[in-house]
Design a binder for this molecule. Structure first.
Ligand SMILES: C[S@@+](CC[C@H](N)C(=O)[O-])C[C@H]1O[C@@H](n2cnc3c(N)ncnc32)[C@H](O)[C@@H]1O
Length: 216
């Protein structure tokens, strides 16, 4: 496998020193799109929130700064990401305000109806079975709770031509990557059982935010 392919795969499951470097860099690169995406959901101070595919832990820190009386959980199936997220949020972990677990989105280690909000930043395109995995996120949401997907990779967006290359790597079995249009995102959330599905796009920046609610 070429170095370029190895670097791309690192985004889907960071590991080793290259993974640590990538997680550090993603915390910075994803900051602006995350800030923008989170403006589309309402976060209360006492909310219980799950960040799926938490990577380097930047989103967890951001959520904890808003949900000051609540609790933030993070999960990631990369041990490197779990360790990085814990390091980045160590004082909050020690205080019991943040908990980060090693787990896949396909089998979340939480009871039904636990969370007010589930966030997924730059991660869903790597998930193994999008419909089933979105249903798993729906399972852990409270009735009336919200899922928010924030992404810079989608079909028809500003970086479409570049991202078609990743689609090609997916076809060759080199990496997992779902290249979906805005419409396909909407359909997917509806198919998985979400209601009030909304899509927000900032085309000039190449940003996408999709939200869906669990019915009461
Ligand atoms: C591109 S990184 C984004 C990390 C972070 N959310 C951010 O915005 O910087 C994708 C993350 O999703 C995680 N991930 C991918 N597939 C996953 C799965 N099936 N279950 C849990 N985590 C997953 C990866 O390990 C990685 O840490």
């Amino acid at each position: 496998m070429s170095l370029g392919h190895a670097l791309l795969r690192q985004c889907g499951k960071p590991s080793g020193w290259l993974g640590r470097l990538n997680l550090w860099s993603m915390n910075r690169r994803h900051s602006k799109v995350t800030e923008w995406g989170l403006k589309h959901v309402s976060i209360q101070s006492c909310d219980t929130i799950l960040d799926v595919g938490c990577g380097g832990g930047m989103t967890i820190a951001r959520l904890a700064a808003v949900a000051t009386e609540g609790k933030i959980y993070g999960v990631d199936y990369s041990e490197e990401s779990v360790a990085a997220s814990r390091r980045a949020n160590q004082p909050l972990v020690d205080a019991g305000r943040v908990e980060i677990l090693h787990a896949s989105v396909s089998q979340l280690p939480f009871p039904d109806e636990m969370f007010d909000l589930v966030t997924a930043v730059e991660t869903h395109y790597y998930w193994p079975d999008l419909t089933a995995d979105l249903r798993e996120a729906l399972r852990v949401l409270k009735p009336g709770g919200t899922l928010v997907i924030i992404a810079e990779a989608y079909k028809g967006g500003k970086y479409d031509r570049l991202l078609q290359r990743l689609e090609e790597l997916q076809r060759q079995g080199i990496m997992k990557y779902a290249h979906l249009t805005i419409g396909e995102h909407s359909e997917l959330l509806s198919k998985a059982g979400y209601c009030d599905v909304r899509v927000f796009e900032e085309y000039d920046k190449g940003w996408l935010c999709v939200t869906g609610r669990k019915g009461s």
